[in-house]
Design a protein around this ligand. Structure first.
Ligand code: APR
Length: 173
């Protein structure tokens, strides 16, 4: 991880060998497409069984399950905001996704955690702003919990560039 305890990587989050991976879920927690679909496929049907018992999750909040057939021990399911133009509190809700997922990880003594780019796919949140929010929230959290290691997993070259830019931008503050 070098001097940062934030690592920006390209790849498929289901293969990350970390204590917990974060899922960009929807409020039903009953699976979907994108990274949600990939995580459920890789974890196997027991993941959906456990999710069924959770009774859904409000936007901006997070719930934790086991990882089953994934290398990761846990999956932290968080529900990102759908982008409606930016005047419906989307930025705050996205920040809450990162913060609540990290606090849940802390409670479970998770040391290494990987996030996908929450809300920037089907939920259409602009990647530049989402990357800035993600990096800012992770930095704030790591300032208080330097023992944790956070990977931000990008699924495209463009996302990778945006996250790396956001990391550099927040270096000086
Ligand atoms: N590994 C890492 N990142 C991935 C993977 C993967 N295997 N698959 C997709 N992604 C990336 C996408 O490229 C995007 O950058 O995850 C990011 C989030 O995109 P979505 O998965 O579409 O999630 P989101 O925009 O938050 O929309 C959530 O989509 O899949 C449904 O059930 C989900 O209704 C919910 C909605």
């Amino acid at each position: 991880m070098g001097k940062h305890s934030i690592e920006i990587v390209a790849g498929d989050i289901v293969r990350m060998e970390v204590d917990a991976i974060v899922n960009a879920a929807n409020s039903s927690l009953l699976g979907g497409g994108g990274v949600d679909g990939a995580i459920h496929r890789a974890a196997g049907p027991r993941l959906l069984e456990e999710c069924r018992a959770l009774g859904g999750c409000p936007t901006g909040e997070a719930k934790i399950t086991r990882g089953y057939d994934l290398p990761a021990r846990y999956v932290i399911h968080t529900v990102g905001p759908i982008w409606h133009g930016g005047d419906q509190g989307e930025e705050k809700l996205l920040a809450n996704c990162y913060r609540n997922s990290l606090h849940l990880a802390l409670e479970k003594n998770v040391k290494t955690i990987a996030f996908p780019s929450i809300s920037t796919g089907a939920y259409r949140f602009p990647i530049e702003e989402a990357a800035r929010i993600a990096v800012q929230e992770v930095r704030n959290f790591l300032a208080a919990h330097p023992e944790m290691r956070v990977s931000l997993v990008c699924f495209s070259e463009n996302d990778l560039a945006q996250y790396r830019h956001a990391l550099r931008e927040t270096e000086n503050h």
